[in-house]
Design a protein. Structure first.
Length: 652
């Protein structure tokens, strides 16, 4: 079975408008092609030029790429810099009073922080960390609500050369414990709690539980930011309030001199099953990826843009496009504590209106939930400030793309549908908005300087129209360097011997259409084998969501004696959840619809309706739980990260 069959057909195209092209940082298709040609002709020189253009170096590099110990690649490794300096200090001479962060709290309260104020607060907290014995190379775990303080904590670590590991505030004490132990963290930064959708979330209690699980003697201190004022347990010898830690601290702190290849952070992935993988990113290469994609994919205009990425800093998107990329570009950005549906489903649109947001970057899951809960609401707000929209986290189905384009972007804002991963650090495949014609549901073309392909199991390149394994054939600066303390797993997971040991295996299936555009078909392990056909789940989900009754859908497989796998669809309608005969009638309608849109081979064998799908607090659908439900098995996996665990009973 050398390839995966593509069953999605999408013919709509949207060229960039002439006005956008005229002002774009990469203007027109010829400019994109010229950049690709430069990279193909002189790959190392191409990246070296970008590194000199974007990064302020303390000691300039003379070596570019070292491949002698592949796949442990090294970039610019005789150069020195500091990432926090690049994000804050270098802007002070020209724009100290410019707003860096606009923080909107759950209750709507707004705080503006200038670059000078951000500098002073980062330095004071960096000095507080030094006072607690944190030195270059120490690991610091950050378990915080979405806040300016979370960004300050990350920047303070970068400033002194400590390696931060941010753990999403929705993860359980057990998940937090695993990450603390694996990283051997010296210090944990947390808050008493967080505010989310009008509710108070306990955070300090989870840290206490994690540290009580044992093996955490590495942690000498817990610094606690007072956000909610809720009652918390206090360990006098270990715990310290944030405000006490910075009291009397100087608001200057010399940035540590960091080698380009020194680790900037560890970010753990796949914590729900097995041992989490600590993805390790370098200082210079990671920063370069963040900056080049801000400049090209988001067409960054620091003087006029107000940038808003809705991701939490607990995820890679919140690292690259909240904590580092926008600040390195000297931009003004919005940071939001709450959820898109509180106090109502107009919250995002009101914030765009109030803060005059120009660039809005969110997840397809959020878009689909907002269509279901208030697809008419954007029209009530002034969204005229918007000039660019972005999508991140998973493939966006064409109908959600069209709503985003027409209703939110008012048919005038390009959409950058971005494919990348925790491991890649920054965008890999995405349209440059002033150069590339877009197609709903396609992440379009690889960025200049990034070499991708679609191959079968033995590494042979597949023809256009055939689905297979998405790979990256050459290292690039923001790609992960290793897995923390686990180089063997790094090689086995990402650079398999079957592909020669030097080609990065992304773990996603994809296909290219006749224009060379990439279409992500889902994770390789989400591919269904139905009667000898290998089908990607994403394409069937897109067909279902294209039906006017459907708000959201997730596809999984369960064993079938004859077909190998049966297709099970979990569907959320735009209306109330149907029961009895009504459910059967709608199920029949949707099965016929999929047969018409794709073909009989893709018709779901079973459709289950729910008020929602099981999701983490970041909006990710937990398909492993759906697979368990589809098989009729008892759920034994950790469900502590679920936003809505009660939904599992409904979907049985």
């Amino acid at each position: 079975m050398s390839h995966i069959e593509s069953v999605l057909h999408e013919n709509r195209v949207f060229p960039p408008g002439s006005a956008f092209v005229a002002q774009a940082n990469v203007s027109g298709l010829a400019a994109y092609q010229e950049l690709c040609a430069q990279a193909a002709t002189d790959y190392e020189g191409y990246w070296a030029d970008l590194a000199r253009q974007h990064i302020s170096w303390e000691t300039p590099f003379t070596r570019i790429l070292d491949e002698t110990n592949a796949p442990f690649y090294r970039w610019f490794d005789d150069g020195y810099l500091n990432v926090s300096y690049n994000c804050i200090d270098r802007h002070l001479a020209t724009q100290a009073d410019k707003t860096a962060l606009i923080f909107e709290a759950d209750d709507g309260a707004v705080t503006h922080i200038t670059y000078q104020q951000l500098h002073d607060r980062v330095c004071a907290f960096a000095n507080a960390l030094i006072a607690q014995g944190v030195v270059k190379g120490d690991r610091v775990v950050i378990y915080m609500p979405m806040s300016a303080e979370a960004v300050i904590a990350m920047q303070a670590c970068a400033r002194i050369g400590a390696i931060h590991s941010v753990v999403f505030g929705g993860f359980s004490a057990k998940s937090l414990h695993e990450r603390i132990v694996d990283a051997q963290a010296k210090l944990v930064i947390t808050a008493d709690g967080g505010l989310r959708g009008g509710r108070t979330i306990a955070l300090k209690a989870a840290v206490d539980d994690a540290l009580a699980l044992g093996g955490t003697q590495c942690v000498h201190r817990v610094i606690v930011y007072q956000r909610t004022g809720q009652a918390i347990a206090w360990h006098e010898a270990r715990d310290l309030w944030w405000h006490d830690s910075v009291a009397g601290m100087a608001n200057t702190c010399e940035p540590a001199r960091m080698n380009a290849e020194d680790p900037l952070f560890i970010l753990y992935t796949s914590g729900s099953t097995g041992t989490p993988k600590g993805v390790q990113h370098s200082s210079a290469g990671y920063l370069l990826g963040a900056m080049t994609t801000m400049h090209r994919v988001f067409d960054a205009k620091p003087d006029t843009d107000v940038f808003w990425c809705t991701a939490d800093v607990g995820w890679i998107t919140g690292h690259t496009y909240v904590a580092y990329g926008p600040l390195a570009m000297g931009m003004t950005q919005v940071i939001f504590e709450g959820i898109p549906t509180y106090p109502d489903a107009g919250r995002f649109w009101k914030m765009i209106q109030d803060h005059r947001v120009t660039t809005f970057y969110t997840a397809p899951t959020a878009i689909r939930s907002l269509i279901k809960l208030g697809g008419h609401l954007p029209a009530r707000y002034d969204l005229s400030s918007l000039r660019l929209l972005g999508s991140v986290g998973e493939p966006i189905n064409p109908e959600a793309w069209m709503w985003y384009h027409q209703v939110v972007g008012q048919s005038r804002c390009p959409i950058v549908d971005t494919w990348w991963q925790t491991e890649t650090g920054s965008h890999v495949i995405a349209p440059l908005p002033g150069a590339i014609t877009t197609k709903p549901g396609s992440c379009t073309l690889p960025l200049p300087g990034i070499m991708t392909d679609i191959v079968n199991e033995t590494g042979e390149s597949l023809a256009f129209g055939q689905g297979g394994n998405l790979v990256i054939t050459r290292p690039f600066p923001s790609l992960l360097r290793t897995l923390w303390n686990n180089p063997e797993r790094y090689v086995k997971s990402y650079f398999p011997e079957d592909l020669g040991g030097k080609i990065y295996l992304a773990g996603d299936s994809a296909q290219r259409d006749n224009d060379g555009y990439y279409w992500i078909m889902g994770r390789i392990d989400d591919v269904l084998n139905v009667s000898g056909h290998r089908l990607g789940t994403m394409e069937i989900e897109s067909a279902l969501v294209a039906h006017p009754l459907v708000a959201e859908a997730a596809i999984v497989g369960r064993p079938h004696d004859i077909k190998g796998e049966a297709i099970v669809a979990f569907v959320v309608l735009k209306s109330e959840r149907p029961q009895g005969d009504a459910a059967k009638a709608i199920s029949d309608t949707l099965r016929s619809w999929v047969a018409q849109e794709i073909g009989a081979i893709a018709k779901p064998d079973e459709i289950r309706f729910g008020d929602n799908l099981p999701k983490t607090r970041s909006g990710k659908i937990m398909r492993r739980l759906l697979r368990t439900l589809a098989k009729g098995e008892t759920i034994t996996q950790d469900i502590s990260t679920l936003e809505n665990p009660a939904i599992l009973e409904q979907l049985k």
